[in-house]
Design a protein around this ligand. Structure first.
Ligand code: KG4
Ligand code: ZN
Length: 333
C-alpha cells in the first residue's frame, strides 16, 4: 500500500510517500519538509497567521516534490493521510483543505490523522519489532503527555502537562538567553558543556499520585534566575542555565514515566515528539529503562520533528482500522 502523508499543523509543511507491505515492511520513499523557521525567528515564536499563509504557498510544491522523489504519480497512491488535529487552526486547515481536494479529485480514500498519534507512529517506521501495548511519552513544542497505547489506533491519555509544554519552556528560556527560535536543539548542546548542579530548579513532576506535569514553575524559576543575575550585573552562563534546566526537566519526566510504567504494568516505553531529539532526555530514559528491564524505543533525529512520514504511518493504521474520512472532514485546533 502506498500512502501519501501531509502535515501542516504548526510551522513545517511536510509530505511523504511511504510503502507498507502485507508482511509488515515499512519504507519511506520520500520525505519533504519545508520549514518556516526563518520567517518565525524574527518574532521569537510561531505567528499563526504567517504560518497559515506560508503553508498555502508551500503545499503544492512540497507534495509534488514528495511524489517526484518517490518516483510515483498521484495515480499510484492508495491512501491520502492528513493531520487534522491538534495544531494551529489556520495551519491545519491548509493541509486538510488540500488533502480533501486531492482525494475528491482523484477518488482516493482520505484519512484524518491525529498529530500526536503520528509522532508515536514515527517509531514504527524504524523499529519493526515494536508493537502495542506500551506507554508513550509525547514531548513537543505544543504537548507533553503520557499515553497508554493499547493498539495502533487506541490511545488513552494517562498524564499531561497542566500548563506549558516542555518544548515551549525550552523555547522561552532560550529566547531570554538570546538564542534563536526554536531553542531546544541549541540548549541541548549548551547543556552538554554546562554544570547541571549550578542552579537547583523545581521539579515539573506534580507531587501527587497523578501522572501530570507542570512546566510553568520550572520555566519561571529559570527565567527569574536569569533576570536576577542580570539585575545584579552578574554573568549569565547559558551553558549552566541550560544544564540545570535540562537536569530538572529530565529528572521530572523520568520520575513520572517510571510511575506510569509501574501503574500501567507495562514493559515497553516509547518516546516521541520534537523534544524527543534531546540527547539528555534520550540517555536518561534509556538508563531508567535498562535499570528496570524495560524496552525503550525512540525515533532517529530525522523523524523526531514534524514530518509527513509519521502522518503516512498513522494513516496506514487508521485506514486498516476502517477509519476513513470524507469531504466533510474539518480541522480541530
Ligand atoms: O514536534 P515538534 O517539531 O512540533 C510540535 O508539534 O510542537 O516540536 C518542536 C519543539 C520545539 O519546542 C523545539 O525547541 C523542540 O521541539 N526541540 C528540542 C530539541 N529539538 C527540538 N527540545 C529539546 N532538545 C532538543 N534537542
Ligand atoms: Zn509535532
Amino acid at each position: 500500500m502506498l500512502v501519501l502523508g501531509i502535515e501542516s499543523s504548526c510551522d513545517e509543511t511536510a509530505a511523504s510517500v511511504c510503502e507498507f507491505t502485507d508482511d509488515g515492511e515499512k519504507k519511506i520513499l520520500s520525505s519533504e519538509v519545508a520549514s518556516q523557521i526563518n520567517v518565525h525567528r524574527l518574532y521569537g515564536g510561531v505567528v499563526p497567521e504567517i504560518a497559515g499563509r506560508a503553508h498555502s504557498e508551500a503545499i503544492c510544491g512540497v507534495v509534488s516534490s514528495a511524489l517526484e522523489k518517490a518516483g510515483k504519480s498521484i495515480g499510484d497512491i492508495d491512501v491520502i493521510g492528513v493531520t487534522s488535529t491538534p495544531g494551529l487552526i489556520g495551519a491545519l486547515l491548509v493541509g486538510v483543505s488540500y488533502a480533501k481536494a486531492l482525494a475528491y479529485s482523484t477518488g482516493k480514500p482520505l484519512v484524518a490523522v491525529n498529530h500526536i498519534k503520528a509522532h508515536v507512529a514515527a517509531n514504527y517506521l524504524c523499529h519493526r519489532e515494536l508493537k502495542p501495548p506500551f506507554v508513550a511519552l509525547v514531548v513537543s513544542g505544543g504537548h507533553t503527555s503520557l499515553f497508554r497505547v493499547d493498539s495502533y489506533t487506541d490511545f488513552k491519555r494517562i498524564g499531561r502537562t497542566r500548563d506549558d509544554a516542555a518544548g515551549e519552556a525550552f523555547d522561552k528560556i532560550g529566547r531570554v538567553l538570546g538564542l534563536y527560535y526554536p531553542c531546544g536543539a541549541e540548549m541541548d548542546a549548551l547543556a552538554s558543556k554546562g554544570n547541571k548542579n549550578a542552579f537547583r530548579f523545581p521539579s515539573a513532576a506534580i507531587a501527587d499520585e497523578t501522572l501530570d506535569f507542570s512546566f510553568s514553575g520550572l520555566k519561571t524559576a529559570a527565567l527569574n534566575t536569569i533576570n536576577g543575575l542580570k539585575q545584579k550585573n552578574l554573568p549569565v552562563v547559558p551553558e549552566d542555565i541550560s544544564a540545570s534546566f535540562t537536569e530538572a526537566f529530565t529528572s521530572s519526566v523520568c520520575k513520572k514515566l517510571l510511575q506510569a510504567m509501574q501503574s500501567e504494568n507495562l514493559d515497553t516505553v516509547v518516546l516521541a515528539g520534537g523534544v524527543s531529539a534531546n540527547s539528555h532526555l534520550r540517555s536518561s530514559i534509556a538508563e531508567m529503562a535498562e535499570k528496570n528491564g524495560y524496552s525503550f524505543y525512540v525515533p532517529p533525529l530525522s523523524l523526531c520533528g514534524d514530518n509527513g512520514a509519521m502522518v503516512a504511518a498513522q494513516a496506514c493504521f487508521e485506514y486498516l482500522a476502517g477509519n476513513i474520512a470524507d469531504i466533510h472532514l474539518n480541522a480541530m485546533a
